[in-house]
Design a binder for this molecule. Structure first.
Ligand SMILES: NC(=O)c1ccc[n+]([C@@H]2O[C@H](COP(=O)([O-])OP(=O)(O)OC[C@H]3O[C@@H](n4cnc5c(N)ncnc54)[C@H](O)[C@@H]3O)[C@@H](O)[C@H]2O)c1
Length: 253
């Protein structure tokens, strides 16, 4: 699919990887619908996208809320007249060990709230937005692409029972959608980033980040542009579907 003049919906588009992908598509002449819970960051991101001379609009929405997501896609369809690409990028982390203990004494466990918050945004949010985008694409009878952002953590990572469960499920759901939606001309693919230099890592200690960098075969964090590059590749390559592209500098957790 040629991105020019297409409508690209990006969740979590107010900053980080989402905003970087928005700019990459704006530079290629696509129109952008930015979706995020963070209204002040959204306003800033909208200004950034509009500097590229395309139609960009913002939609404050919680992707884990079904009625908000249904209204969101109805509104985008009305505003742009089409929905060609969805990038399911919104995500959060709430890390913690399943059970933390020492010498037979349990100090802490992952709370149900910690678990549920991540599942709600990173898995249910992907499901809801993917479903509503597919509804519009099928009704419009136009080709479509859905990109889900998974993670290198999809194979399991210490302290991330919630996150790894969501990100592996997202990769599997992508395969399901590729199979189910192909008949409607819709492709689905996912991207599994490694450790990328964005705000999501801001709470990590500098030494921990340095240790991670040293464990990466390419010896550095990834740049958001390197994920945006993969997203553009997925949209442009009409024979790519049902697969996860891993952009992680060669690291395996
Ligand atoms: N940065 C990394 O190293 C890395 C690695 C692997 C995967 N990822 C994934 O890439 C995606 C983007 O990550 P990032 O680093 O840009 O993160 P980020 O924290 O910089 O941006 C995430 C955005 O999602 C928004 N968001 C959070 N909850 C939301 C909700 N309920 N509804 C709508 N928007 C919501 C936030 O407001 C924020 O703007 C996430 O899915 C993340 O899990 C990131």
């Amino acid at each position: 699919m040629e991105p020019k003049d297409k409508t690209i919906v990006i969740t979590g588009g107010a900053r980080g990887l989402g905003l970087c992908m928005a700019e990459a598509f704006a530079l290629r002449g696509a129109n952008i619908a930015l979706v995020d819970v963070d209204q002040s960051e959204l306003a800033r991101a909208l200004d950034v996208c509009r500097t590229h001379g395309i139609d960009a609009r913002s939609y404050p929405t919680d992707v884990s809320d079904e009625s908000q997501v249904e209204s969101l896609f109805a509104k985008i369809q009305t505003d742009f007249g089409s929905i060609d690409v969805l990038i399911n990028n919104a995500g959060i982390i709430r890390d913690g060990l399943l059970v933390k203990g020492k010498a037979g004494v349990v100090e802490k466990k992952m709370s149900l709230q910690q678990w549920q918050a991540v599942i709600d945004v990173n898995l249910t949010g992907v499901f809801l937005c993917g479903r509503e985008a597919a509804v519009k694409m099928i009704e419009n009878q136009t080709a479509g692409v859905i990109i889900n952002i998974s993670s290198i953590a999809k194979t399991g990572n210490i302290g991330q029972s919630n996150y790894t469960s969501a990100k592996s499920a997202v990769a599997a759901m992508t395969v399901t959608w590729a199979k189910e939606l192909a008949a409607h001309g819709i492709r689905a693919a996912s991207i599994a980033p490694g450790f990328m230099a964005t705000e999501i890592l801001k709470d990590m200690k500098p030494q921990a980040l340095e240790n991670i960098s040293q464990s990466i075969p390419l010896k550095r964090l990834g740049e958001p542009e390197e994920i945006a590059h993969a997203a553009v590749f997925i949209v442009e390559n009409d024979y790519l579907s049902g697969r996860t592209i891993e952009i992680d500098g060669g690291l395996r957790l």
